[in-house]
Design a binder for this molecule. Structure first.
Ligand SMILES: Nc1ncnc2c1ncn2[C@@H]1O[C@H](COP(=O)(O)OP(=O)(O)OP(=O)(O)O)[C@@H](O)[C@H]1O
Ligand SMILES: [Mg+2]
Length: 165
């Protein structure tokens, strides 16, 4: 594998997807932003549910597709869970005037809005990896901005690989 090819993490079930989210939840800090990319039903909300567990958020995490954003209180940091699926433009997202302070912000379908809320974000791409296996998914993690350097991404990959091994 060359340095410019992202490392792939494979999961086989929703439980494993949630375990990856939980492992990342132990890694992220207040002010961090995550962009979840993947087709309908890829597992973005399932991943976020795991992340909430990792952050020890006790609320039930459900899809915020219609409310766009929902804040869940956590013991040390909140989870701000957003879904940009119904957002027409980055300006519309800015108009929500979301308060990202003291939270880890997760944006499903966030690819065109992340720059409006943060200088740095971690992009998580989820792909269905097999037509014959309903539960198979592949994830890749890449960083944008200073927070997510190559070393940091290497550490994320190592921690997440361990979570599903
Ligand atoms: N490996 C897997 N990871 C995550 N979900 C899986 C997996 N295998 C099967 N599933 C199923 O796929 C569905 C994923 O739903 P989820 O709401 O997490 O997707 P989503 O990417 O958030 O969708 P949307 O684009 O509608 O927001 C669930 O029904 C889940 O049980
Ligand atoms: Mg979703």
């Amino acid at each position: 594998m060359t340095a410019d090819q992202p490392e792939i993490i494979a999961v086989t079930s929703p439980d494993e997807m949630a375990a990856l989210g939980a492992a990342l939840g132990k890694f992220v800090k207040s002010g961090d932003a995550l962009c979840l990319v993947g087709p309908l039903g890829a597992g973005k909300t399932t991943f976020t549910r795991g992340l909430a567990d990792g952050l020890e958020v006790s609320d039930a995490v459900t899809s915020p597709t219609f409310v766009i954003a929902r804040r869940h209180r956590g013991p040390t940091v909140d989870l701000l869970h957003c879904d940009a699926y119904r957002i027409g433009s980055a300006d519309e997202f800015v108009d929500l005037d979301l308060d990202t302070d003291g939270a880890v912000t997760v944006v499903e379908w966030g690819q065109s809005v992340m720059a409006e809320i943060s200088d740095s974000w971690l992009e998580v791409v989820i792909q269905r990896s097999s037509e014959n296996d309903e539960g198979a998914r592949q994830l890749t993690f890449s960083g944008h901005g200073d927070r997510w350097t190559g070393d940091e991404i290497t550490s994320v990959n190592r921690a997440l690989r361990q979570a599903v091994s």
